[in-house]
Design a protein around this ligand. Sequence first.
Ligand code: AMP
Ligand code: ZN
Ligand code: ZN
Length: 455
Amino acid sequence: MFMMKLLVLLLFSVFITGCRGNSSYSLTPKLLLVSFDGFRADYLQKYEFPHLQNFIKEGVLVENVKNVFITKTFPNHYSIVTGLYEESHGIVANSMYDAVTKKHFSDSNDKDPFWWNEAVPIWVTNQLQENRTSAAAMWPGTDVPIHNTTPSYFMNYNSSVSFAERLNNITLWLSNSNPPVTFATLYWEEPDASGHKYGPEDKENMRTVLKEIDKHIGDLVHKLKMLGLWENLNVIITSDHGMTQCSKDRLINLDRCIDHSDYTLIDLTPVAAILPKRNRTEVYNKLKICSPQMTVYLKEDIPARFYYQHNDRIQPIILVAEEGWTIVLNKSLSKCDHGYDNSLPSMHPFLAAHGPAFHKGYKHSTINSVDIYPMMCHILGLKPRPNNGTFGNTKCLLVDQWCINLLEAIGIVISALLVLTTLTCLIIIMKNRLSVPHPFSRLQLQDDDDDPLIG
Ligand code: AMP
Ligand code: ZN
Ligand code: ZN
């Protein structure tokens, strides 16, 4: 009986959740995507964030977001908005070289659409839908005409523009544009800049910058409320990667292992991209014995788990430093950094979200950064382009989706098996009862059988 009740209850909750999903949020969904560069997931546990915690209390938190390899700013921001690994979207580093066209890419030379056109970011897809508009305050790539399209409203990148000015623009565009802005991005350089400068374990300096970030989040929520945008707007606050503590002694000096004339250095640390000038094997052999704290890969041997191989912009040899180690040349200095193996927890950011599409007060342990894209497309009602994300990984965050965790799933399977076993037993018992002859008629038969013997 209890099992039957459980099943009925389950079916009822599926029905209720389904119904709730169809009617819960506004017909013109809007989404603001915010990135605080280099916001390591564990800052949330180690420092105080009163405004961010209020935001989470009324929304959802994903404690750990697994970013893509290599763990750098441009590639990871592009993965969030395309749902693609770096080898598929083509922004494979902050510094790139294309051997066919002989073009170079860097953070100060990033405006050529050639680099970005291997993918279509969500703001472009959103723009191409009738009556929809995108706006951006400095997310990497938003000031470039990707597939001949920029957001209708955008700012050219300039690191000295204050957070307040970026926020002013975004809120103005969200409230005053016609057709309305339905997708907007906001980018801020901290705590990445301070993380590089002081190291993530410098409590005093990091506390100062993280307090400022929390104040920015407070200002953002306050402004959205004042303008009447808060109730209908979905807001995602996330980041591109974390940060690793450094040490001046943990240096890997390439100049001690190989002559400069043997190769062209495309990118340096903590993942160096090496283009050999003549003999690839010779360069590889010299680098391979350079340091026990550095793994050297020929392009074809890069582990599949990095999803970092199938693109011409990935160089013939890459060097991956161990966590906390810096690859240097004779004259370069060490700095705390990110970029390392993306399975390291220190590389991971977090995600918090609030709005009509999201549950209230829900905590989730982990998703991949490429999962954010299909979730955003779902919220905006856009058809996602082919991507490496899994929508199912974010279902538990959304009010219009039904999701169960592993324990619940195991419970349901065990309950169903118990119900089936009980039913089968009952059927067998009933069947046996029906097929057993009545004891009285059996006695009679025996009497008849015995008669001749007695006689
Ligand atoms: P990273 O070297 O990976 O730590 O990159 C972070 C830096 O990238 C920031 O401090 C900015 O200087 C730079 N940056 C971020 N967004 C942009 C952009 N849209 N255009 C140019 N540079 C940017
Ligand atoms: Zn970054
Ligand atoms: Zn950085």
